[in-house]
Design a protein around this ligand. Sequence first.
Ligand SMILES: NC(=O)c1ccc[n+]([C@@H]2O[C@H](COP(=O)([O-])OP(=O)(O)OC[C@H]3O[C@@H](n4cnc5c(N)ncnc54)[C@H](OP(=O)(O)O)[C@@H]3O)[C@@H](O)[C@H]2O)c1
Length: 349
Amino acid sequence: MNSPQNLPQTMKAVGLLEYLPINHPNSLLDVELPVPTPQGRELLVQVQAVSLNPVDTKVRSPKAALETSPKVLGWDAAGTVVAVGLDCTLFKVGDAVYYAGDIRKAGSNSEFQVIDERIVGHKPRNLSFLEAAALPLTVLTAWEVLFERMGISQMGLDAGKSILIIGGAGGVGSVAIQLAKHAGLTVIATASRAETRDWCSKMGADHIIDHRQNLLEQLKTLGLAGVPYILCTNDTVGHWAGMMESILAQGVICSIVGTSQPLNIQPLMNKSATFVWELMFTKSSYQTEDMQSQHDILNRFAQLLEAGTLQGTLTRSLSPINAQNLKIAHATLERGTMIGKFALEGWEQ
Ligand SMILES: NC(=O)c1ccc[n+]([C@@H]2O[C@H](COP(=O)([O-])OP(=O)(O)OC[C@H]3O[C@@H](n4cnc5c(N)ncnc54)[C@H](OP(=O)(O)O)[C@@H]3O)[C@@H](O)[C@H]2O)c1
């Protein structure tokens, strides 16, 4: 390990031993853990801000399992590199970074975290640590959906085509609207409340329809017989029939929300349409050959932010990062009405 600093032996973290409802006093605990040592291509990052995603509440959801040592959640962070593994080539001590992380490993709700440099990006210079922490997981998801799973051209070759983004005001929807617009697409986002409609417009959506009403009928009122691309960020089963009838021939539907119920893809055959999953954690979980593309995506997104082409999605924040504030954030996300992202900053000294 290369580190010019005298690092502490232990650090503050928030973890769990039992999987409990968020209003239970022990659902999240303030704990003290050893500071990890980076190996190989790992960085040791001093975490300055973190953000919440529905994956935090899903992993924490009540179940009988017990942990023997605190399980740390959190898959979005921004901070500063304080040590590097011997094989690191992409970063040096002192670099400001932002990243989502690896679902198989300890999360970011700790003062220090080791993280594979191939899934880390340089923090956008024009964003605070708090604003930057709100982005990585949703950026990687939206980018991989549009440009990898759907194969939409980043060079504008698909300009003028339409995309339906179901759940436009959530974390992923907020970034997907912006990226799709940047690629030249016409964006139809869904929202069911005045606040979420306004937010989708602010993110750049051309049209807003309501995911609680028939999707195809609303597309028809916009003069569309269907769309070549559909991104589903909520209730895959509930929106299945609507997506089947709204996808155009040879179109692509991508969902980021899993289901335990079987899905009938037969209606896609006549249209030669595609259904594809996206899971942001696939690359790190399977150590895919293109894993370092997440480093590239985060760097490219940072450039677009710095150029003023895209905007951040932070809407709510708390300080410091501790169990009490993380409980508030978890409870807020569990209500299912988030607009943009919720982030936390700083540690109590
Ligand atoms: N596969 C992956 O890699 C990946 C990555 C990130 C997230 N996800 C998953 O994607 C989902 C969305 O996460 P997120 O952080 O983007 O957003 P989020 O914060 O969970 O989204 C909140 C928004 O969902 C909308 N919504 C509620 N019910 C809906 C419905 N029935 N249909 C459509 N929209 C509905 C609400 O809008 P209204 O108030 O207007 O109804 C609200 O603004 C979560 O299940 C998350 O676990 C997966």
